[in-house]
Design a protein around this ligand. Structure first.
Ligand code: PEP
Ligand code: MN
Length: 354
């Protein structure tokens, strides 16, 4: 489908990088206003705060809802910042529009659901409010593009997307995997839609925000949405990933913003993908080692030997075949797995000696 897009026009210049910051959740009038003033003083023009919070488990703080909207209005009145919040239902849209919220975003848990996105699109018909669409929580580019199309068909033309990473099973370095190839492909498919990176949810950890932000800038992304809180350690949600406004300001000051022609250089893009894949390889090896230790414990408890030649030969043979199918040299596969297997055996021996 041919999209009809207009510039977001969020700030006077929409200069790169577009910066949006504020706490994960609007917790209290004081927390909202204190944080907003600190951010505004350091030059941030767009304030974010979650009023309705989608939470994985019930019983966590689910946002104050409509009660928090006047605090956002106060931010506008006192600082002149534009304000943004997440909407997940037509009721949220109605309340947010009535309160004069300037920018709405659709959360990762909503983008996955075409019914929910369509309801939101229908409720937004006839407005000209900028909407930022977070990637669906699962790595599905078509679903993400589908959401963009639904909003656009409803007449919303000031559209942007937020790349916040993708969920995966098991523990990882990042809370949500960046999978940079997905926003890169989105840029190729829809060159005119601004892409804003959310290193806070992606990293899930304060110390990962700077490197992820730099990476996003090097890939030519248009902006950053970063969680910032006046007292991050005591935040009611996402405490580990929020920066104080002054740490945010220092972090932003250290970013190197290269011009786009240089940053979208093909080799740089490809290297980023390689780095991403290497990172995934290390995480997968770590996962394999954890399972090996569990097996080691089982063998120990059941008085079994560590090395099982039959199992080893079968495994190598299977991997060689799979490598062959995928066009990877068999000898190379054999070598890699013999090293991996050797390390697993070494670990299990060490475990026995402990
Ligand atoms: C958020 O931005 O506060 C949020 C809930 O993000 P996501 O939808 O990416 O999890
Ligand atoms: Mn959050």
């Amino acid at each position: 489908m041919q999209l009809q897009l207009k510039p977001l026009n969020l700030t006077a210049t929409d200069r790169r990088p577009l910066l949006i910051s504020g706490p994960c959740s609007a917790e209290s009038e004081e927390q909202v206003l204190t944080t907003a003033h600190m951010l505004s003083d350091s030059g941030i023009n767009i304030f974010r705060a979650g009023v309705w919070k989608p939470r994985t488990k019930p019983g966590c703080f689910e946002g104050h809802g409509e009660k928090a909207l006047p605090w956002m209005q106060q931010v506008k009145a006192e600082t002149g910042m534009k304000v943004a919040t997440e909407v997940a239902t037509p009721q949220h849209v109605e309340a947010a529009l009535k309160a004069g919220i300037d920018i709405l975003w659709i959360g990762a848990r909503t983008t996955v659901n075409p019914f929910a996105v369509q309801e939101l699109a229908d409720s937004l018909r006839g407005t000209d409010i900028p909407i930022l669409i977070k990637n669906p929580i699962n790595p599905d580019l078509e679903l993400w593009i589908g959401a963009i199309e639904r909003l656009n068909r409803a007449g919303i033309q000031r559209l942007g997307v937020i790349h916040r990473g993708f969920s995966s099973y098991d523990r990882k370095l990042y809370r949500y995997q960046p999978m940079w190839q997905i926003p890169i492909e989105l840029r190729r498919r829809i060159p005119d839609i601004p892409i804003i990176c959310d290193p806070s949810h992606m990293g899930g950890r304060r110390d990962l925000i700077a490197p992820l932000s730099q990476q996003a800038m090097d890939l030519g992304m248009d902006g950053l949405i970063i969680e910032s809180h006046c007292d991050p350690d005591n935040a009611w949600s996402d405490a580990a990933q929020q920066l104080t406004p002054s740490d945010l300001s220092a972090m932003l000051g250290s970013l190197i913003i290269r011009n786009e022609t240089q940053s979208t250089d093909l080799i740089a893009l490809l290297r980023r993908q390689i780095d991403d894949i290497d990172n995934q390889i290390i995480e997968i090896i770590a996962r394999r080692m954890r399972i090996c230790r569990e097996i080691g414990q089982y063998k120990l408890e059941h008085d079994m030997t560590i090395f099982h030649p039959q199992r080893y030969s079968e495994m190598i043979e299977r991997h060689e075949q799979q490598g062959d199918t995928l066009g990877v040299d068999k000898d190379f596969i054999r070598e890699i797995f013999s090293i991996i297997h050797h390390e697993s055996v070494r670990e299990q021996i060490e475990q026995r000696n402990e």
